[in-house]
Design a protein around this ligand. Structure first.
Ligand code: NZQ
Ligand code: ZN
Length: 395
């Protein structure tokens, strides 16, 4: 296991009907609040009104940035930063999924920066500047953004989707009320769950040895997602199913299963290019790529860990590692399919036209060619994309 720090100070307010605590949380930072939200789901389900009432009674001065896109654009971030500077905003309140929270993080940082917000994204993992305090109300279980320092922003002009991260972007507090996810539709529920699975899988398949705690915790969270996602798909207002998915979202990407390891995430590097060029839903792209990637990296050295995944996550009983590994990949594929996720690229409108360009960018924007679980060069990425064009059987 590698050395690591674990200092995740987000004040998590998990559970039902806790919005009456919002004013006290916000008052710690000031009265001038910028609320940031997406395309209107919070207006339809009544959450917007509830928050507006709390802020009104608390005497807040409220500014708004609405319309943050899924795969949030840097142009939207610039608009939010401008409001913060003009109106001397004290605290940002993000209400939404990962896209809204990510946009709010970079708005918070860009508020202190006179140049283009894209410069801050280009600092990637090394953003060290200040940011306005951020409080979040999560409405979709997926990214873990509610409890981590990452933000992923898209520059539509340059066709780049890049992650940045810095300690000042960590949310000060996050309200996690599973009831706020009852209205998430089947497609986004399945996509969000696939994203959670992917975060766990990306951390799990790592070259660092001796990480049993991280790996066994990850196996448990994966089992919880596999159990609860189908329940949430069938019964959207099943509180416990939504609660388990929501807490899994936060724990899958807050360092719990990833710290103490080193190496580059492969499926995310590839998926971010699919989103950058085709604006697809992040979790869907991951569900399509992940089983093909697993098959691609299956070799003598990796068979043992892939077999461990098959046995401990999916209960595969096969004793020969390579065979168990293939059965596990198939089970993951079948699970995504049972969640009604389209499992080929053409189903989400992607053909092979830009494969070589996307492969080039995936390698250029990451270190998968050096630090991947199995290093992937451009040809390897293209091969994984090609395998994603058609339905597959991995056994
Ligand atoms: O915009 P609204 O109207 O709110 O609708 C959204 C959006 O259309 C809808 N939605 C959210 N909550 C809802 C709801 N609909 C009904 N009821 C609710 N309660 O769902 C759609 C998708 O929302 P989005 O925020 O885009 O989804 P998600 O949370 O999956 O975030 C995806 C973004 O996060 C990035 C992804 O790349 C992508 O840009 N990621 C961020 C990470 C991080 N910060 O750590 C890590 C991830 O790996 C990921 O890259
Ligand atoms: Zn993700």
């Amino acid at each position: 296991m590698e050395n690591f720090n674990f200092h995740v100070t987000t004040d998590i307010r998990f559970g039902k009907d806790r919005l009456d605590e919002l004013p006290t949380v916000l008052n710690e930072f000031g009265k001038r609040v910028l609320i940031v939200y997406g395309g209107g789901s919070i207006k339809k389900n009544g959450l917007y009104d509830k928050v507006a009432n709390e802020l009104k009674e608390n005497g807040n001065t409220v500014f708004e940035l609405a319309g943050v896109e899924p795969n949030p654009r840097v142009t939207t971030v610039e608009k939010g930063a401008e409001i913060c500077r003009q109106e001397k905003v004290d605290v940002i309140l993000a209400i939404g999924g990962g896209s809204v929270i990510d946009a709010a993080k970079v708005i918070a940082a860009a508020a202190f920066y006179q140049g283009s917000a894209w410069d801050l994204v280009l600092e990637r993992k090394g953003f060290a500047g200040p940011a306005l305090p951020l409080v979040t109300i999560l409405t979709l279980a997926a990214t873990g953004s509610e409890m981590n320092t990452n933000a992923v922003i898209t520059n539509w002009k340059t066709k780049e989707k890049l992650g940045t991260a810095g300690p000042s972007m960590l949310p000060k507090a996050s309200f996690l009320d599973p009831q706020n996810t009852f209205t998430v539709n089947q497609y986004q529920t399945a996509a969000g769950s696939a994203d959670i699975m992917s975060h766990l899988i990306e951390n799990y398949f790592n070259k660092t040895e001796g990480t049993d705690v991280q790996d066994f915790v990850a196996e448990g969270i994966m089992r919880a997602v596999i159990k609860n996602c189908p329940i949430a798909l069938k019964y959207p207002d099943d509180y416990d199913a939504r609660a388990n998915l929501m807490w899994a979202s936060s724990l899958a990407l807050n360092g719990l299963t990833g710290n103490g390891k080193q190496g580059s995430w492969s499926c995310h590097a590839i998926e971010h290019e699919l989103s950058a060029f085709y604006d697809i839903t992040h979790g869907i792209g991951l569900a399509i790529i992940t089983p093909r990637w697993m098959e691609y990296v299956l070799n003598e050295q990796t068979a043992g860990k892939l077999a461990q995944f098959a046995r401990n996550v999916f209960g595969v009983e096969e004793s020969v590692d390579r065979m168990a590994a293939r059965m596990g990949i198939q089970k993951l594929y079948d699970y995504f399919k049972a969640c009604k996720i389209p499992m080929t690229l053409p189903e989400v409108g992607i053909d092979d036209e830009k494969f070589s360009l996307m492969a080039k960018q995936a390698v250029a924007h990451s270190s998968i060619d050096k630090n991947g679980y199995v290093p992937l060069d451009e040809a390897a990425v293209e091969e994984i994309l090609r395998q994603s064009l058609v339905e597959r059987n991995f056994e």
